[in-house]
Design a protein around this ligand. Structure first.
Ligand code: DPN
Ligand code: ZN
Length: 519
């Protein structure tokens, strides 16, 4: 992994080029946003003769038909993965995802010099578990689930050992008794990430680790960034853990067999970031969507909708002039645990971070059984300005006589890295695997008792899986958010350095990395 933090510009350019092993090339150093030198061939060479963007006229340029047309193109792109995956998908590493990146780039290149385009390569991880089993005593543990990004057991064969109860929550090396060596660590969920526990168990010589839930429900989590010390790790629900715990606490021995066959691959992929050539580069409004889907399907709603909304908004913006710079991002590897946005935000040089006045996340804007959802960001728990952004969305829905609901701001999408970097953030969504309540069915129509997106992370997230009304309307709201801050940050708080306390409070409250629990 390249450490971009504080790297001199020349080193940055070299490191990005060295990493650009994909089919896509790096065009500009990431933080040098000077215009492309070759401006002769660029149709939109000057912005000065254009009208300043205003929300109403900008919103009027957004058409649902154009979005649906783009969705057809995106679905065809997803079908390029067929020979390798037997289905359309835009998962990282697939032809469908490479095609998506190409499509974003080509669409933006057509807009000439209005934007500077940057690709940011980074290493992403993708895991597959082919088979797994956990036997506790002489019972198969049916709730056991191999963690995402877990390494396999040794030689991809079953390993055998005694379960060894780890003290406290297993977040410190001292919690691991000496007899963990050669055995299977039994660890309670809580306090630190699953990946930290697995690494500590590995360092103590465990051949596998079982993390049992501290609340009801199955425990399917992710290990996060793979580490050499990680050992094969399972999550286990509390009901199955209880009888085992009782025995171990009484000092009785419990044998176990752990087996995981799987692989973790490193895939080189990239974020695409574009920025208006015009507008104050010291004060940027930033927005993002994720370019990848899960392997199970083509991801037309998740997050084809946000990806295409951003392309369309970026396209229509070229009709206008902006006072503040506008930066769009298409994140890669969101589905593997927010990897692209996290890489970008965590490697922002110190001088670049304050230039991003806020980040707006647009993930799933067209769910078939939609609700108009606004992330419940606040200035008490999140960087100052997050609440003003939330209110911008609320005011817009209210002005259009539409209902909205507030949803947890809990790390399930790409805003997470920005909040951790102290940057105000927020966004809107229309719902994933959550169940629509009867009240929501009254507010938004649709079917109570069903998921907001019944095809979430499935093969059927195809062309039929978007609600055109919700999509068009939300894309107008995306346009409104861009227009508002592209004109002025008046009334929007200045960036404040993040307090250590505020950041650790957020980190403690957030248990998700995208779709996965990670602690
Ligand atoms: N992050 C979404 C996904 O890519 O799976 C799911 C999601 C989006 C959940 C927005 C909550 C809010
Ligand atoms: Zn998803």
């Amino acid at each position: 992994m390249v450490a971009l933090q504080g790297a001199p510009l020349a080193a940055l350019i070299v490191s990005l080029i060295l990493q650009g092993g994909s089919t896509l090339s790096v065009q500009l150093p990431l933080f040098d946003q000077s215009p492309l030198s070759d401006s002769k061939s660029q149709p939109h060479s000057s912005s000065s003769d254009k009208p300043l963007v205003d929300s109403e006229s900008f919103q009027a340029t957004i058409s649902g038909d154009k979005l649906l047309e783009r969705a057809q193109t995106l679905f065809k792109i997803a079908e390029r993965s067929h020979h390798e995956y037997n289905r359309p998908t835009r998962v990282i590493g697939s032809q469908g995802h490479l095609g998506t990146l190409e499509y974003v780039l080509e669409s933006i290149k057509k807009l000439g010099s209005y934007y500077n385009i940057v690709q940011q390569p980074f290493p992403a991880y993708s895991g597959s578990v082919f088979e797994s089993r956990l036997v506790l005593g002489d019972e198969v543990a049916h709730s056991a689930s191999a963690m995402s990004l877990t390494p396999p057991t040794k030689n991809k064969e079953p390993v055998h050992g005694e379960l060894v109860l780890v003290s406290n929550n297993g977040c410190s090396a001292d919690d691991y008794p000496a007899n963990v060596e050669g055995n299977i660590a039994f660890i309670r969920r809580g306090t630190c990430a699953f990946g930290d526990k697995s690494a500590l168990a590995g360092r103590a010589g465990a051949v596998a680790a079982v993390i049992y839930n501290s609340e009801t429900g199955t425990l399917h989590g992710t290990m996060g960034t793979p580490l050499a010390d990680h050992v094969a790790t399972f999550g286990l629900d509390l009901v199955e853990a209880k009888p085992v715990l009782e025995k171990l606490e009484k000092g009785k021995a419990v044998d176990a067999i752990a087996y995981i066959d799987g692989i973790v691959q490193t895939i080189s992929t990239s974020n695409i970031v574009i920025q208006t050539a015009g507008g104050d580069p010291e004060n940027c409004v930033m927005l993002g969507a994720h370019s990848d889907s899960v392997a199970e399907g083509p991801g037309i709603n998740d997050d084809g909708s946000g990806t295409l909304s951003l392309i369309e908004v970026a396209t229509q913006l070229t009709k206008f002039r902006v006072n503040n710079c506008v930066r769009f991002a298409w994140w890669s590897a969101e589905e593997e645990g927010l990897l692209g946005s996290d890489f970008y935000a965590s490697t922002l040089p110190a001088a670049e971070n304050p230039k991003i006045r806020l980040f707006m996340d647009y993930d799933m804007l067209a769910s078939p059984n939609f609700a108009y959802q606004v992330y419940n960001a606040t200035n008490t728990d999140n960087p100052l300005g997050s609440e003003e952004l939330k209110n911008l969305y609320i005011d817009w829905y209210e002005a259009h006589d539409l209902n909205y609901t507030l949803i947890p701001f809990d790390g399930r999408s790409d805003y997470d890295g920005f909040i951790r970097a102290g940057i105000p953030a927020g966004g809107i969504a229309t719902g994933a695997e959550g169940i629509k309540t009867p009240e929501e069915a009254e507010q938004f129509g649709g079917k109570a008792g069903d998921w907001y997106d019944p095809c979430y992370h499935q093969l059927c997230d195809h062309l039929g899986n978007v609600n055109a009304t919700a999509w068009e309307l939300n894309t107008k709201l995306v346009a409104h958010s861009v227009a508002t801050y592209a004109v002025s940050f008046k009334g929007f708080p200045e960036r404040e350095p993040a307090t250590v306390q505020g950041l650790s409070q957020y980190a403690q409250s957030v248990k998700y990395r995208g779709d996965f629990l990670f602690w």
